[in-house]
Design a protein around this ligand. Structure first.
Ligand code: AMP
Length: 218
């Protein structure tokens, strides 16, 4: 299915809110391309360079990566999607006011801003912690599983690419709590600016068809 007339989406929500799972579904059904800063950083972290070791250490501690690294990733990916007229979903960006301003610089007119919709996944924090501490993910293709609610068909193996699944270093209960604190302090405050500047829908525990009704059939 073509996505040309669909709005680009920005999923805004805490770690563990369900952004990645929603991206998988929208990608499959509507041919969106997901731009996930977390997945891109994990891929970079697995290479063996000075930068990758630095990124790996910051991620393992649960802190945010410096903006300049994030800007380089986002700029390249948004420009590529724009060039190929590929509708995209931003997952994990923006996470602070400076990143939000950077994103806004791509959409200077009201007409451009109306082509992007923010989706706020307003998931309960306890639920998010629970989801993170039972999450498994594929280090290769990034597919997400949950050991209780959506386990792989074969124990610990990715259904898509057969790789051995892993628990992300950031998904321990302690790290999940720290990341939620960072979200509340650094990321959540930008919601008030988003409300002013962009179309925004807010959902508690979304299912794909609610999203579809709100975004595609309005
Ligand atoms: P995620 O996969 O979205 O849960 O992100 C995993 C980790 O990647 C985060 O804990 C941060 O260390 C890093 N990260 C992802 N997105 C960003 C961002 N926009 N700014 C800074 N760090 C990020």
């Amino acid at each position: 299915m073509m996505t040309k007339n669909f709005p680009n989406l920005v999923l805004f929500g805490s770690p563990g809110a369900g952004k990645g799972t929603l991206c998988e579904k929208l990608e499959e059904k509507y041919n969106y391309r997901t731009i996930s800063t977390g997945n891109t950083l994990r891929t970079i972290a697995n290479q063996n360079t000075f930068l990758s070791n630095e990124i790996k250490a910051i991620m393992a501690n649960g802190y945010l990566i410096p903006d300049e690294i994030i800007f380089a990733i986002i700029k390249e990916k948004i420009e590529e999607c724009t060039h190929y007229k590929q509708a995209y979903i931003l997952d994990g960006f923006p996470q602070n006011l400076r990143q939000y301003e950077f994103l806004k610089s791509f959409f200077l007119t009201e007409q451009e801003r109306n082509k992007i919709t923010f989706v706020h996944l307003n998931t309960d924090y306890e639920k998010a912690i629970d989801r993170m501490s039972t999450r498994l993910s594929c280090p290769y293709c990034h597919k997400i599983y949950n050991e209780r609610t959506s386990p792989p068909t074969i124990h610990n193996l990715c259904d898509v690419c057969n790789s051995i699944l892993e628990r992300r270093t950031t998904d321990s209960r302690d790290k999940a709590i720290l990341r939620l604190e960072i979200f509340k302090k650094t990321t959540l405050p930008i919601l008030k600016y988003i409300k002013k500047d962009f179309p925004l829908i807010s959902l508690v525990d979304p299912t794909t068809h609610i999203i579809e009704d709100l975004i595609f059939r309005r």
